[in-house]
Write a protein that binds this ligand. Structure first.
Ligand SMILES: Nc1ncnc2c1ncn2[C@@H]1O[C@H](COP(=O)(O)OP(=O)(O)OP(=O)(O)O)[C@@H](O)[C@H]1O
Length: 656
């Protein structure tokens, strides 16, 4: 055999070894678990280097967020090999090589033969001590550039046979596929992990129904929701037997519709678990078909919604309760409104005497009109209360009533108080001021004790009543207002007119509609109700409780002539409440009244009792018949007898 023959023989043997190695490596990567890909690649790099007499191999993968940056992921290097960085910027350090690889070119060259435009690359290869190299790009199918694997000579140069490079390209493809599979398996794992995390945090159980054999694959969570035993196979029959019979047809129908119409499944239903617990389950899913387009499986999630259903039921019950209450309230409100309407004129005005009723009737009559009202009556009879009632029942009731007590305004200020003033209208008028008439625009102004108004102001008031206009003090500008006037006086205005103290024209203008509030002594029957009303008010204020007011005391109050009227009565009750220690209230009259009578006046009952006894004594205690006590008293015999019983009248014993 010649030297030539020997060389050829050697090359053939090397090629054969290489072919066997490639076949072995390729076979090894088939169905290789993802976890073993990395070690298999590095082992392959080593075996190829050893087989071909190469000294160094590096596999670089691009970094996802910056593709020009390559990370060294797999390496075979001899102990004396160059130190390699963990990552390199391909574009910066190997711009010429990088450009070609990105375009899918395989490169094989000796460093010293590189063209001049590859100067930067040459420097880098020299730096790493590479003499000759073959660099093969990675790409998945026709996809983008993913990285590269290189096989290198460090100690000397070498030539790269074309068919060897072709074989290495195949090897690079095997590496690419393995790395891609590993990458997608990792991505799948990651998305599965995310899905199960999401399902777990939503407390959802995942399941998959195999349509063909009607069995379920379920997660642990799903198993625990349905309380299926650990490890037990779950069949459709098993699921159906736990579903509430009333909900089963609906569930079957929903699954069937989802599969046949290929639409999402959404259903809430009840189940009873093995230990008898009833639960509400919400299931949703999606059907999937096989490559032949036939329904294959339904993938879905189930959540225990018992708590939500409980809350919903409670909410519904509450809503129903609220609805019932609302209806009751509406009814009550209607009743109340009616009551309010009937009590409107009355408000807090106490008393049912015909006298007070007449006053209230008049109030109801005049209130809705815009007429001026003049209220008369002694001091303390309740004139202001009546004025308020007129306002409350008027169309102006939504705005407040303005009250001016003409007697309390100093004569010098009365005009500016009522009609306002401009700044500097008089010495001391530092600011512009709005008067009560302007403030009461579109509402009611109650002028109490109107007789106290100075005559010149009376003239100005008359103009407001007639024209609705006036000028502020210190201004010539006319102000127009819409004010309803209610005036009150405890003086006889007519008499004041006669005496020249009150303008006649104003009196007639005010006296369009007058209401006379009767004195309290004219409506004594209202006194008990008034007393109790005041007692209630002070009870609250003073934190006391009164259960009883002696009859004799009440009768005494009813006989008093009340020069101070209701105000006086209120004051008296207040005084009595202050000194009262128990639950029985005694109301003492003002000292003058008792002095007047000398002795306390007898009660009505006492008087009646005494009178009946004296008539009986007169008739010798004969009740019935002609000249009998009943006849004299104008009563029926039975009436007199029952009165005697009530008043504890008994004929004295002979020996008594
Ligand atoms: N019918 C009534 N029901 C309840 N309280 C009343 C009644 N009449 C008067 N009052 C009370 O008596 C007091 C005096 O009433 P009011 O001030 O209305 O009387 P007036 O006639 O305007 O008095 P004056 O003439 O002094 O201005 C007030 O506390 C008022 O609440």
């Amino acid at each position: 055999m010649t030297r030539e023959d020997n060389k050829l023989q050697g090359e053939l043997e090397e090629r054969l070894r290489f072919e066997i190695l490639l076949a072995d490596i390729s076979a090894r990567f088939v169905n290789l678990p993802a976890s073993m890909v990395d070690s298999a690649i590095e082992d392959s790099q080593r075996r190829i280097c050893e087989c071909l007499g190469l000294e160094f191999s590096a596999l670089w993968q691009w970094t996802e967020d910056s593709p020009q940056f390559l990370t060294l992921t797999h390496i075979f290097t001899p102990p004396w090999g160059p130190e390699h960085p963990y990552g390199i910027n391909g574009l910066e350090e190997f711009p010429w090589t990088y450009g070609k690889l990105v375009n899918g070119e395989t490169l094989c060259f000796s460093t010293e033969e590189l063209p001049s435009e590859a100067q930067r690359d040459q420097d880098s290869f020299r730096h790493f001590g590479v003499k000759s190299t073959v660099v093969l790009p990675f790409r998945a199918g026709q996809g983008p550039f993913l990285g590269a694997v290189s096989f290198n000579m460090l100690s000397r140069e070498r030539a790269w046979a074309q068919d060897m490079v072709q074989r290495l390209k195949l090897l690079a493809q095997v590496f690419t596929n393995a790395l891609e599979r590993k990458r997608s398996e990792r991505a799948l794992l990651l998305s599965e992990e995310r899905l199960s995390l999401a399902a777990d945090s939503a407390q959802a159980g995942l399941w998959e129904l195999n349509i063909t054999d009607q069995t379920f694959w379920v997660t642990e969570r799903a198993r625990s929701i349905f309380q299926y035993p650990m490890g037990a196979d779950i069949t459709m029959d098993m699921v159906e037997s736990s579903v509430h019979p009333d909900d089963l047809p609906r569930l079957r129908q929903a699954i069937k519709a989802s599969i046949t119409k290929n639409e999402p499944l959404f259903i809430d239903y009840r189940i009873t678990t093995a230990d008898g617990v009833q639960k509400w389950i919400s299931s949703s899913g999606r059907p999937y078909r096989n490559s032949a387009g036939e329904p294959e499986r339904v993938l879905g999630v189930s959540i225990d919604i018992s708590e939500r259903k409980r809350t919903e039921r409670q909410l519904r019950e509450r809503m129903q309760e609220i609805e019932v209450l609302k209806k009751a309230l509406e009814k009550e409100n209607l009743v109340l409104q009616k009551e309010i309407q009937s009590r409107d004129a009355r408000g807090n005005i106490v008393g049912r005497s015909p006298e007070i009723k007449t006053v209230l009737d008049k109030v109801e009559l005049v209130a809705p009109t815009d007429a001026t009202v003049l209220i008369g009556g002694e001091t303390g009879v309740g004139k202001e209360l009546i004025a308020r009632a007129v306002h409350r029942l008027s169309t102006r009731k939504n705005r407040p009533l303005f009250v001016v007590n003409c007697a309390s305004l100093p004569p010098t200020l009365v005009e500016s108080e009522l009609f306002g003033r401009e700044k500097g209208a008089y010495t001391g008028a530092m600011t512009r001021m709005i008067g009560r008439f302007e403030a009461a625009h579109e509402t009611t102004l109650f002028l109490d004790e109107i007789s106290e108004l100075p005559l010149e102001i009376q003239a100005k008031l008359l103009r407001v009543l007639e024209e609705g206009s006036f000028e502020r003090l210190g201004s010539s500008k006319t102000v127009q207002v819409d004010v309803r006037i209610i005036a009150a006086s405890n003086q006889d205005l007519e008499q004041l007119v006669n005496e020249g103290k009150f303008r006649k024209d104003l009196f007639y203008r005010l006296n369009v509609f007058s209401v006379e509030v009767p004195a309290l002594r004219q409506r004594a029957e209202d006194i008990p109700a008034l007393v109790w009303a005041f007692v209630k008010q002070y009870e609250e204020k003073m934190g006391k409780r009164i259960d009883n007011i002696p009859q004799a005391c009440m009768e005494r109050l009813q006989r008093h002539n009340w020069p101070g009227n209701v105000r006086e009565l209120r004051n008296l009750v207040e005084r009595a409440m202050i000194v009262c220690a128990g639950r029985t209230l005694n109301i003492d009259l003002p000292p003058g009244f008792q002095d007047q009578l000398g002795v306390e006046a007898p009660t009505l009952q006492d008087t009646e009792r005494n009178h009946i006894i004296s008539v009986l004594e007169q008739t010798g205690w004969r009740i019935s018949g002609q000249g009998g006590a009943a006849e004299i008293l104008g009563l029926k015999r039975t009436t007199l007898q029952s009165k005697m019983k009530k008043l504890a009248i008994r004929r004295p014993q002979a020996d008594a």
